[in-house]
Design a protein around this ligand. Structure first.
Ligand code: HEC
Length: 114
């Protein structure tokens, strides 16, 4: 009895994970990279290495599996809040030079895909 319900749980979990990874496949990496370059994001964020800001992998790990991850990442790049750089100084976070929700979502999804 227990065995049966465990295996159906595993199947259900597999379906959820499958749906999540196909949702992530929609990231337009080239567009995100170009926008990041134009906005100097890469000066502070690299894929796996910390620069003045945390690596994209760290940011992705922080938001992995959180429903509001995309929204929080977008807020961070649009509202100019104070952030602490790895060298200990503080400054206002860069405000991205676009208001296009599609571009913002794509950028957030790209960061969170690392
Ligand atoms: C001068 C360096 C610098 C630049 C340029 C910069 N960032 Fe950041 N960014 C940071 C720092 C530092 C943090 C860490 C903030 C914290 O954890 O409090 C951060 C955090 C983030 C986060 C994670 C927010 C969170 O809630 O943990 C995202 C997403 C992000 N930046 C995106 C961008 C994008 C997109 C750009 C380009 C438009 C950009 N950053 C440009 C320094 C920078």
């Amino acid at each position: 009895m227990i065995k049966v319900s465990m295996s159906s749980l595993a199947i259900a979990l597999g379906m959820v994970l499958g749906a999540m990874s196909s949702a992530q496949a929609a990231v337009d990496v080239e567009a995100a990279k170009a926008l990041a370059k134009a906005n100097d994001c890469l000066k502070c964020h690299a894929a796996s290495k910390d620069k003045k800001g945390p690596s994209m992998q760290k940011i992705a790990a922080k938001y992995k599996g959180k429903a509001d991850g995309q929204e929080k990442a977008i807020k961070n790049m649009t509202d100019g809040q104070m952030v602490k750089l790895t060298d200990g100084t503080e400054e206002k976070h860069k405000i991205i030079d676009t208001k296009d929700p599609k571009e913002l979502k794509n950028m957030a999804d790209w960061y969170l895909s690392h």
